[in-house]
Design a protein. Structure first.
Length: 257
């Protein structure tokens, strides 16, 4: 496997601190930009990622959940509507500050810039568009942390940008293949029990939504449907997907065989 030592953790954190202080809302974690068009497209990205994540995560009242790389807390907040508790972790103190200011009043939700340490603390862990900012070596160590933090029978859900061929986009951003993620998780004792593509770039839904002047719930729902059914069209043009994957730890799983 090609080395990803190019990913510079300090640069990543500095960049997300910067995006958080410039945008102060979900634009800091989605497409970073200030134009009206980007803000509007981010409403759709937010809707698509929330829907896709909730379908895989299925949070319920017995769940204590870790949102790893929680950013401004938009998905922690969503999961906390159904879970017993959600802990949001992010190394960017600016992200954590905004998440706390926005959602801190919610009783079953807490945010921290330190990763919890107690073993078997969480029934579910999820992470969305975060692992693409972590190099291979750090990721190997991190997945061992996930194995320690997850309860027996628990699951780890990821939404990540993936390509057919690995590509380093910058010193803070890498696209891996789905097979690479599966291999990295396998090395930490995890087995992939579900894997699929949930969003694509370029996207028919994004294109249609860009032409419409509407952000109503029905329109967003329709766009999510269009994204789903248009996934197999003109695949030769696709640059990358967001893939959704579920992993269970072999030594801790008893319910996914
Ligand atoms: C694209 S944002 C996604 C945020 C959030 N998951 C969401 O979807 O709204 C990436 C996040 O990953 C965080 N991050 C970057 N490097 C990280 C690392 N090594 N460990 C944990 N989180 C990291 C960033 O601070 C940022 O908040």
């Amino acid at each position: 496997m090609e080395s990803t030592d190019q990913i510079d953790r300090q640069k990543v954190i500095a960049e997300f601190d910067r995006r958080a202080s410039v945008h102060g809302n979900m634009n800091a974690v989605l497409d970073a930009g200030t134009t009206e068009e980007i803000s509007r497209l981010n409403i759709l990205r937010d809707e698509m990622t929330r829907r896709s994540l909730m379908k895989l995560l299925k949070p319920c009242k017995e769940d204590d959940i870790l949102d790893f790389g929680c950013g401004v807390g938009r998905l922690s907040h969503q999961a906390a509507k159904k879970a017993r508790s959600v802990s949001g972790f992010d190394p960017s103190s600016e992200m954590i500050r905004i998440a706390g200011e926005t959602y801190g009043a919610q009783n079953n939700l807490n945010f921290s810039a330190s990763l919890p340490e107690k073993p078997a603390s969480f029934s579910k862990i999820f992470t969305v568009w975060v692992l693409q900012h972590i190099g291979d070596q750090e990721l190997e160590t991190l997945l061992k942390d996930f194995a320690r933090l997850i309860k027996p029978g628990g699951k780890v859900v990821i939404l990540e940008q993936t390509r057919q061929w690995r590509r380093i986009l910058s010193d803070i951003h890498i696209h891996r293949t789905r097979e690479e993620y599966i291999a990295l998780f396998r090395a930490a004792g995890f087995r992939c029990v579900k894997s699929g593509q949930v969003m694509r770039i370029p996207s028919y839904a994004n294109w249609i939504y860009g032409k419409l002047g509407c952000t109503c719930k029905i329109c967003l729902k329709l766009m999510c449907f269009i994204e789903k059914i248009s996934m197999p069209y003109r695949t030769d043009r696709i640059q990358y997907h967001t893939s959704g994957m579920i992993f269970v730890h072999d030594s801790k799983s008893d319910q996914y065989d």
